[in-house]
Design a protein around this ligand. Sequence first.
Ligand code: NAP
Length: 311
Amino acid sequence: MSGLTDPSAPHPGGVHPMAGRDVARVGYGTMQLPRLKDAAAARKVLRRAFELGVDHFDTAHFYGDGTANDHLARELGAERGVVIATKVGARPAKRGPMPMAPAQRPEELRQEVLDNLRSLRTEHLDVVNMRRIAPGTFPMGPRQMVDFDDQMAAMVAMRDEGLIGAIGVSTVSLAELRRALPAGIVCVQNWYSLTARKHEPLLELCRAEGIAWVPYFPLGGAHPGSTKATREPVVQEIAGAIGATPAQVGLAWLLHHAGNTLLIPGTASVDHLEQNVAAGSVRLDEQAMARLDEIRPASGIRGFINRFRRS
Ligand SMILES: NC(=O)c1ccc[n+]([C@@H]2O[C@H](COP(=O)([O-])OP(=O)(O)OC[C@H]3O[C@@H](n4cnc5c(N)ncnc54)[C@H](OP(=O)(O)O)[C@@H]3O)[C@@H](O)[C@H]2O)c1
């Protein structure tokens, strides 16, 4: 049905361009790192990713109030060839269902860029994703309901000033992505996985425009209530047949499904990290892909969002 190819490939999953650079298609997202209270353990995960050929790291100042960025800067800041994509649109928060709060206003986007520059200890951010929080998708007051074009104008101004190398957008609608295209968008981060495919039209537009598609929650995220590829019986069956783990099959499906996909799975475990990097070498044949394509994505997204609305 499929199997493993060259697991020692220098760039896991091969490479794809983003922001004028070829980066490994299997990257790493730092959102799970602040769970590790031991800084040495967190930095070990980052070092191992780098050793395995990962050169694209996704992060945010609001992951652990600068903690994830601090680990990145200390462990990999001096390494050449690492592309760090960070994001703005939220700020750290001490209370609430998520340890972050919307910060969508143009002046807040600028402040978050400055916060990222400080916690990443740099004068220039490679890529910054403008994380849109659309009205009605998160509990927030009217001051946070900001016009999308005003946000993009703030991002373009910061790129013109040299604070930002390239702009991405996150959690945008198809219409918003179309509006953002003239600004020159290098990547799009929306929630997407084998079991959450509602943003397929955005993936298609990215493919047509040569934009990197960087799905977040590629494994369904850490929240126990969200839909996860690893729980699908077909995924488990294929994984057993080819000697891979269900997580690897979920990630490999993303890589096979669209050539412009860059993965940023998050983990606080070196063992899981090694599995995720090795997913870049998992081959799924046509029959396996056809069976995986048939999985009907469940409606976990709305339930997940509603949980935060109620709290
Ligand atoms: N733009 C945005 O708005 C946005 C939103 C959310 C996330 N992100 C980015 O996207 C990245 C990925 O999202 P995510 O980390 O939330 O979710 P994810 O990658 O879908 O899944 C992370 C969860 O899966 C587990 N996991 C990871 N590898 C595994 C493996 N091989 N086997 C079994 N379990 C495994 C992790 O637990 P362990 O730690 O125990 O491995 C964690 O619970 C984030 O790190 C962040 O950089 C962006």
